[in-house]
Design a binder for this molecule. Structure first.
Ligand code: FAD
Length: 404
């Protein structure tokens, strides 16, 4: 059997936004770090995906690499108007005043770059901070023994380290090797997500628009969110919609013009489908306290509410802090890691509950649908009804205001 390479005190598995944030936080604590990534260095990840980076995340990024949160905020789009419509009629609109930023102390409430752009900034920051990467290293074996962990990749390469932070997404090779289950539910019916390019000076207003039962899609609900260079459309299909009716590129070219104009049907950058998943790992660390799970390896939430990447960034920083404390005071290591696992798992369960509330609103049962219809009818006279229609799809009991 080949001897394991010395991976240093901390290995990170997965070079997504969570893994790179964890690596930066480890470097900020003055420790070396190696990131193992399954795919090639030059892979290009498609799609806007997580395009809502909350101020809390920007602050954490700023803390682990000064200037990083500010750079991402400056690149991203901060739209100031949110609007909710019900069957073609506006029921809620709000425009926030422009706040002039003065650097890190005054980061915006959120910013919307595409996830691929956030990852580019993170990667540059990692290079500056001296994070090392090994690409084409898909980890599929983990052995915890004595005072460390040995991980082995599919090609036979292996590394030994004091601690491992696993940020290797939902199908996490590390989590599976440890036998930790991912528990939760998957919704019926899928969502179609479409990125559309909007050239500089594009004519669509910089607004986030939630349209409940859009008449242009046969009553399916649609969300439009701007990002730097375009906008993302999320269409909620019915449980019995076959994929070819809404979820293919050909189908998108058919329904998109009714939402955003004929000329944009040719500016589609990406089409994808997803199901609402609400899943949380049974534990966020192995029993020995040597391996910590973070981000998509530990939890999956629906995009509504923007809890996925934002909570992953919070996990990453907390995991790195627990590990660096364990490195400087090894006798307290297991307690530090147990504290991480307990705090971040309860944050994930809270987010999962909030996402469930959002789901009840987005896939309403008949009585909820009737309540929505009544709220829309009453909104001109009782503005709070319109506000409820605006807020409920994001899970009113969770999200940015309550933390992730
Ligand atoms: C349509 C859509 C919209 C979304 N919108 C939002 C949003 O607005 N806000 C938000 O916060 N979140 C959002 N999310 C969720 C967000 O994209 C994820 O939460 C985020 O990508 C998780 O980051 P991660 O680093 O944990 O995992 P990933 O980004 O999946 O990265 C994991 C990395 O690990 C690598 N890897 C996998 N297996 C292995 C292995 N065995 N060994 C080594 N490396 C491995 C992968 O190649 C990848 O590079 C959205 C998701 C979707 C699909």
């Amino acid at each position: 059997m080949a001897t394991a390479e010395d991976g240093g005190p901390v290995l990170v598995v997965g070079a997504g936004p969570v893994g790179m944030t964890a690596a930066l936080a480890v470097r900020a604590a003055g420790l070396p770090v190696l990131v193992l990534e399954a795919v090639a260095r030059d892979r290009v990840r498609p799609g806007s995906r997580a395009l809502f980076v909350h101020r809390r995340s920007l602050r954490l990024l700023e803390r682990v690499r000064p200037g990083l949160g500010t750079r991402i905020a400056a690149y991203g789009t901060t739209w100031r108007t949110r609007r909710t419509l019900y069957r073609g009629r506006e029921v809620f609109a709000q425009t926030f005043p422009r706040v002039s930023g003065d650097g890190a102390a005054d980061l915006p409430a959120f910013t919307s770059p595409r996830q691929v752009d956030t990852e580019r900034f993170l990667h540059e920051a990692c290079a500056d901070a001296g994070v090392e990467f090994r690409f084409d290293a898909g980890v599929n074996e983990v052995r915890v023994a004595g005072d460390g962990v040995t991980v082995t990749a599919e090609d036979g390469g292996s590394w030994r380290a004091g601690h491992v932070i696993a940020a290797d997404e939902a199908r996490s090779g590390v989590r599976r090797a440890l036998g930790i289950p991912l528990e939760g539910t998957r919704s019926e019916g899928c969502h179609v997500v479409v990125d559309v390019a909007d050239p500089p000076g594009g004519d669509l207003p910089m607004e986030r628009v939630f349209h409940c039962e859009h008449p242009g899609t046969g009553g399916r609900t649609v969300l439009r969110v701007p990002f730097t260079g375009g906008f993302q459309i999320d269409l909620r299909c019915r449980a019995d919609d076959p994929p070819e009716s809404f979820g293919t590129e050909k189908a998108v070219r058919r329904w998109l013009p009714r939402l955003v104009g004929e000329h944009r049907a040719h500016q589609v950058l990406w089409v994808s489908r997803y199901h609402f998943l609400r899943k949380v790992a049974g534990s966020f660390a192995d029993p020995s306290g040597r391996v910590l799970l973070a981000g998509g390896a530990a939890h999956l939430f629906p995009p509504f509410g923007a809890r996925g990447m934002n909570s992953g960034i919070a996990d990453a920083v907390a995991a790195a802090e627990a590990v660096s404390a364990a490195c400087s005071e090894p006798s307290r290591g297991p307690a530090m890691v147990a504290g991480y696992a307990s705090a971040r798992r309860s944050a994930a369960l809270h987010s999962s509950e909030a996402a469930g509330a959002a789901l009840d609103h987005l896939r309403p049962r008949p009585w909820k649908r009737a309540t929505q219809r009544a709220a829309a009818a009453l909104s001109p006279v009782i503005p709070r009804c319109g506000e409820w229609l605006e807020r409920a799809p994001y899970g009113s009991r969770g999200g940015p205001a309550r933390g992730y």
